[in-house]
Write a protein that binds this ligand. Sequence first.
Ligand code: ADP
Ligand code: MG
Length: 304
Amino acid sequence: MSQNPVIDSQRLTLMLNELRLPAIKQMWSDFAVRSDREGWPAARFLAALTEHELAERDRRRMERHLSEARLPPGKTLDGFDFNAVPMISRAQVMAMCAGDGWLENGANLMLFGPPGGGKSHLAAAIGLALVEKGWRVLFTRTSDLVQKLQVARRELALEAALARLDKYHLLILDDLAYITKDQAETSVLFELISARYERRSTLITANQPFGEWGKIFPDPAMTLAAADRLVHHATIFEMNVESYRRRTATATIWSGTPTNLRNQEIRRRKLQRQSNRAARPNLGLANDNLAHQNPNYRVNLLSS
Ligand code: ADP
Ligand code: MG
């Protein structure tokens, strides 16, 4: 190639810009040098550049999808302790993370359970895994999205706003139950659920499985209709576990306890020996034995 008539590299750069091929624009000259040096056939040179452009395009798309997904940072499947939620099958979650078989049918996923049980973490981790597989996801607090949709309704643009959400294969509505009263008085949430029904998937996290939903929708008929549409094709995980935060906090305290207890006990015995020596040794020994026979002994130690 180097023996070829001079290539106008400035013009080539312009053409690659025009064709929107930034990876080739950046790499072609290095590749050309290597290709000339190693005597690549022209087809290999072209294929190598094209492959780089495609790989770079995939990477950029993933980056875009990741940033538009607004996932809370650091919530991954690797960081999720499945032992803490024994009622959830890791294998089932992993299968769902491929996305096939439910996202193309617009099926839903619902995570119920008390605060701190890992609903938002698991929802975000599933969202991240799906983005990595090439699906488009949006994670939002339900009340934030409802607020935006209410504004759109006032501006007579609700339909367009709902249509814009269609590009997301999965819409994660975090904390459905935290909708405020004025938000519940409009039916935008119901319209969102209806618009996605059997077409696009929704993942919902909520503290209450349906019981409290009367507060989320304008009237009982709409509550029933919304729940009906959501559960029609849905996987439901009930994460009825103690708060992970509280549990790990307790674990930290308890992991320090044996040493504390041992130290307290050593101190107590030392003090007792000193006071026994000062008073009557036999009585001291009897007291010591009594202390060990007392079933409340450990309890007393714990509460002291
Ligand atoms: P919820 O949404 O159910 O109220 P979160 O997902 O916000 O609970 O969990 C509370 C905190 O505990 C978060 O920091 C989360 O990362 C962590 N957490 C909860 N469950 C787990 C788990 N099973 N493994 C690892 N971290 C967890
Ligand atoms: Mg949460």
